[in-house]
Design a protein around this ligand. Structure first.
Ligand code: HEC
Length: 150
């Protein structure tokens, strides 16, 4: 291969490499959803009792526990909405997100899923980094048992 051709080839390769480096798009919370295709959420393999135990801890992940702000009784509004029957409520929040995935995302990205009538930035957003995937799964499994229809 001639010298000129080699230079041309290297030039083309550099150009290709540059094109491949596009700026990453901003992350949509729904991309965090490991079951975005509507397949069964991992909550099926979680432990609801372990989830309830986490839910009821006064302090969780170095911040207020869930019960600081959420009741499980009907019509009891603390800082956040009651989670009475939240499995059923969750199913109605977003038409393209299943109940379990909505619950998962509400814990992982609370400021991207803000309930009408409540302020953003109040629910701690550190659970995603402080809790293990297993703990979040157990929490979701527990919340999925909060269904008045069952
Ligand atoms: C400091 C108060 C606070 C704590 C602690 C808190 N939350 Fe929340 N949560 C809120 C508020 C306020 C909202 C409504 C605004 C929003 O959606 O961010 C909310 C919304 C939610 C929702 C959506 C409910 C619905 O009706 O759509 C879920 C689910 C939820 N929280 C679960 C939890 C779980 C599980 C924990 C514990 C791991 C927790 N929250 C801890 C304040 C809190």
């Amino acid at each position: 291969m001639s010298y000129a051709r080699t230079i041309l080839l290297i030039g083309c390769l550099c150009l290709l490499a540059a094109c491949g480096k596009t700026k990453p798009a901003p992350v949509d919370a729904r991309d965090l959803d490991p079951f975005a295709d509507g397949a069964l959420c991992a909550w099926h393999i979680g432990d609801p009792d372990a989830g309830r135990e986490l839910f009821e801890r006064p302090v969780l992940a170095g911040t207020g526990g869930c019960t600081t702000c959420h009741s499980l009784e009907p019509n009891v509004k603390l800082v956040g909405p009651t989670l009475y029957g939240v499995a059923a409520t969750a199913a109605t929040r977003h038409e393209d997100i299943t109940a379990s995935n909505y619950l998962y995302l509400s814990i992982m990205a609370p400021n991207q899923f803000v309930v009408d009538g409540f302020p953003a930035g109040v629910m701690p957003d550190g659970y995603a980094t402080e809790l293990s995937e297993e703990e979040v799964t157990n929490l979701v499994t527990f919340l999925m048992t909060q269904n008045p229809i069952e």
